[in-house]
Write a protein of this length. Structure first.
Length: 293
């Protein structure tokens, strides 16, 4: 398998262009394809025009640097590559970065509340589910911030949705968010839990009474099997091809004793779209799974 064959199926909105391919960048909220993928001398080249570092793009794809080489089992010097060590905690440097970014955060502001409202969500509900406002998120302006916690409860990072993104990315993350996820209240322990890609989808389901974990992407996290053990899991990733593929992958790693169902979005892309377009239908959908009144 070439490196490009490894990378392209994991991307959304892939188009062939003269010098390779373009796709939407998985590391930021990207509507206009800004990730270029090239191929050169036995390796894949990634470049996000929105400014995401390659490591962050790889992290969002669930790949390592070595996976950018056609032969990902040896180093460029021909030595066998050891499997990557499993990581469960941020480094000291990462913790400092996260703490620096979180210094700008506080309770949800009027501007943050207005943004949430535009997405069909109340600020009060967000505030009780690990959502904050930032006056100047990563020095890019005001944002609504979703905390990412490890299954043990440590804040490992956060994703900020910029309120005035201009031309740049709409969402910017800090810290090794793959070591955790955005989780709504009681989502780490409740007997029924939904898994989504985006925080807004998790929050949309939570306000309808379904605790949810947002993976902040489609990459499957190594801690998932343990966190989901013996629970009832509703796979609520997006209704498109990568979302369905992610649901299948999560399903394949669920441990014995875990029950699961795939949520269908009946024509909508995801939970938040359904909440905005037909609020009652999301509530009814959730109740059809949770057995609520
Ligand atoms: Zn990017």
């Amino acid at each position: 398998m070439t490196a490009v064959d490894r990378v392209l199926p994991r991307l959304r909105g892939v188009k062939k262009v003269a010098r390779g391919w373009v796709a939407t960048c998985p590391a930021h909220d990207d509507n206009d394809p800004s990730l270029s993928v090239g191929e050169e001398h036995g390796r894949a080249l990634l470049n996000c025009f929105g400014g995401c570092p390659t490591l962050r793009v790889l992290e969002a794809l669930g790949l390592r640097m070595a996976d950018l080489f056609d032969d990902n089992t040896t180093t460029p010097g021909g030595h066998p590559l050891p499997p990557p060590p499993p990581r469960t905690e941020p480094t000291a440097k990462e913790r400092d970065r996260v703490a620096w970014a979180l210094q700008t955060t506080g309770p949800i502001t009027d501007q943050g509340a207005a943004y949430l409202k535009s997405r069909g969500l109340e600020a009060d509900a967000a505030a009780s589910n690990d959502v904050l406002s930032s006056a100047n998120w990563i020095e890019r302006g005001p944002a609504v911030v979703f905390l990412a916690r490890s299954p043990a409860g440590e804040v490992v990072g956060a994703q900020g949705r910029l309120l005035d993104p201009g031309e740049g990315p709409k969402a910017l993350s800090i810290g090794p968010t793959s070591l955790g996820a955005y989780a709504t209240d009681s989502a780490w322990s409740h007997k029924i839990v939904a898994i989504t890609e985006a925080p807004l989808d998790a929050l949309s389901l939570a306000v309808c009474g379904l605790p949810s974990i947002a993976l902040l992407g489609t990459a499957v996290r190594p801690w998932l099997p343990e966190a989901l053990h013996a629970r009832r899991v509703l796979l609520a990733t997006d209704g498109d091809v990568p979302g369905t593929a992610a649901a299948r992958k999560i399903h394949s790693m669920l441990p014995k004793g875990t029950t699961f169902e795939r949520i269908g979005w009946s024509g909508c892309k995801d939970a938040n779209e359904m909440l905005q377009e037909v609020p009652d239908s999301l509530l009814r959908l959730v109740r059809s799974y949770t057995g609520g009144p």
